[in-house]
Design a protein around this ligand. Structure first.
Ligand SMILES: [Zn+2]
Length: 80
């Protein structure tokens, strides 16, 4: 484990996993620490989180098809 903070690139790369709660505890802490200090990544995080939340709400208990999630992520990352 390094004490260096994540760069924006490192944070963005982990955002999806962070939103899916698939990161390790240490990675989660680093992502959160970066989000607290970086408006750019925070904005991106809020945007992605809102989109995913909305999608989950619409689909309620129905699992989101992987293809739909992949397509959504593709669209999100092409905006960057
Ligand atoms: Zn950043």
């Amino acid at each position: 484990m390094t004490l260096d903070r994540y760069t924006c690139l490192e944070t963005v790369r982990r955002l999806d996993d962070y939103l899916d709660r698939e990161l390790s505890a240490a990675e989660t802490i680093e992502v959160e620490r970066h989000l607290q200090t970086c408006e750019g990544c925070l904005g991106r995080f809020k945007f992605e989180g809102a989109v995913l939340d909305e999608l989950r709400m619409k689909l309620r208990r129905v699992p989101i098809p992987e293809t739909l999630v992949a397509r959504l992520r593709e669209r999100l990352s092409s905006r960057a």
